[in-house]
Design a protein around this ligand. Structure first.
Ligand SMILES: *Cc1c(COP(=O)(O)O)cnc(C)c1O
Length: 398
């Protein structure tokens, strides 16, 4: 008989009762170092006192009023995001897919309102992940996720990632924009070349296209900048954010330049829950932590440490791992063994790692993890590699 909780996931047999910082405890008292962060979402750690207090205080006042009224918490969060980024204006929603839907609508609407209704197509990339709604699935373009859900939403053209010739060839009279992840997360923790991002910006300027960035996973401090595109020194026209933005509370956002945002006038787009007082209180608390002096530098420093140490582990266990990739605290280790086997060995050693496409083990800890947590993760990963490496190779391991 089908479980009451619809079985859309192959869940690990673990249930967590409480957390603190980068650590989680099961109801039977086992402790795990959380290098998944609920899929790069619990950005400022579990049970973060500042976030807990902000949510509790706001919940005791008013949680939800709807967008029929002013929401001071949302106005404040939007103003802070505008001050800290390329954006002139922000729309709040509840998830990454919803933010991407809005971004797609904004790109289409912009072209339609500026005299180019024929420019309804958007260029996306192989290996992308943009969400599970019908339009974001079409933007994702992954056959595995699309199977059985046709007809596929029209208007998305896919080209190889990091390949500027392919992009140039794909731009046609019906192209209205490009959507790209600065670091492909689900697809295998694959960073875009900084040069590629700059070339995309230039191509969009040359052809009058909007550049849309999906920073749902790479944003909110994950790579050591507030948003990953800052490493390339470019600005998008529109960008989606979610995952880490609420620190575990569901919140998403579309950030946009005025030129793209101004056509979403009243009546064109909306949401019941999006940007409610509770969600935005959480968002403001997260931003307090991430924008504190020295915080992003600490993410960068910890990311570099883990990159170096994970690279050493990978080099010591060539029958388990090949290369390390990623940016900041969004790291991937390409596996030689099946990723599921390596993930299971990590969990057996107390390290919660997640997986990504391309047989990659994905490591995305809370951004607040300590230096001791980093060192502990490296020890656990080494033991996990020992545990799962094929027998006969053991002598080679240090
Ligand atoms: C997770 C993710 C999404 C989808 O976000 P949901 O909140 O699950 O809808 C979209 N884009 C990227 C890059 C993501 O990592």
């Amino acid at each position: 008989m089908i479980p009451a909780l619809m079985p859309t996931y192959n869940r690990a047999d673990l249930a967590f009762e409480r957390g603190e910082g980068a650590w989680l405890w099961t109801d039977d008292g086992r402790r795990f170092l959380d290098f998944g962060s609920g899929i790069a979402t619990a950005s400022i750690g579990h049970n973060n006192p500042h976030l807990v207090k902000a949510i509790a205080e706001q919940a005791a006042k008013v949680m939800h009023t709807s967008n029929l009224y002013r929401i001071p918490q949302a106005e404040k969060l939007a103003a802070r995001l505008v001050a800290a980024t390329f954006a002139d204006s922000v729309f709040f929603c509840n998830s990454g897919a919803e933010a991407n839907e809005g971004m797609i609508k904004m790109i289409r609407r912009y072209n339609s309102e500026t005299g180019h209704p024929e420019r309804m197509r958007i260029i996306c990339f192989e290996g992308a992940f943009h969400g599970r709604t019908l339009a974001t699935l079409a933007a994702t373009g992954n056959e595995k996720y699309l199977a059985g859900f046709g007809p596929v939403v029209e208007g998305f053209d896919h080209v190889p990632f990091n390949n500027m010739n392919a992009v140039r060839n794909a731009i046609g009279p019906n192209t209205g924009g490009i959507i790209v992840e600065p670091v492909q997360g689900e697809g295998g923790v694959r960073p875009a070349d900084l040069r590629f991002l700059r070339d995309l910006r230039a191509a969009c300027d040359e052809h009058g296209l909007l550049l849309g960035l999906d920073e749902v996973q790479s944003g909110m401090g994950r790579t050591g900048k507030l948003f990953a595109h800052e490493w390339a020194g470019i600005e998008p026209d529109v960008m989606s954010a979610a995952k880490g933005i609420g620190g575990g509370f569901p919140l998403g956002a579309i950030l946009a330049k005025e030129k793209a945002a101004k056509y979403l006038v009243p009546g064109t787009h909306g949401t019941t829950f999006g940007g409610n007082p509770l969600a935005c209180a959480a968002g403001n608390a997260v931003l307090d932590v991430i924008l504190a002096p020295g915080f992003l530098e600490s993410v960068d420093r910890k990311g570099r440490y883990l990159w170096n140490e994970f690279s050493k582990v990978a080099a010591d266990f060539p029958q388990v791992f090949s290369d390390v990739r990623g940016a900041g605290l969004l790291l991937g280790i390409k596996c030689v063994l099946p990723q599921g086997e390596v993930q299971a060995a990590c969990i057996a050693e107390g390290l919660l790692a997640i997986t990504a496409g391309d047989n990659v083990l994905r490591l995305a800890p809370p951004l607040v993890l300590t230096d001791d947590d980093c060192a502990e993760a490296v020890r656990m990963l080494r033991r996990a590699a020992q545990r799962c490496q094929p027998s006969g190779a053991k002598a080679a391991a240090k």
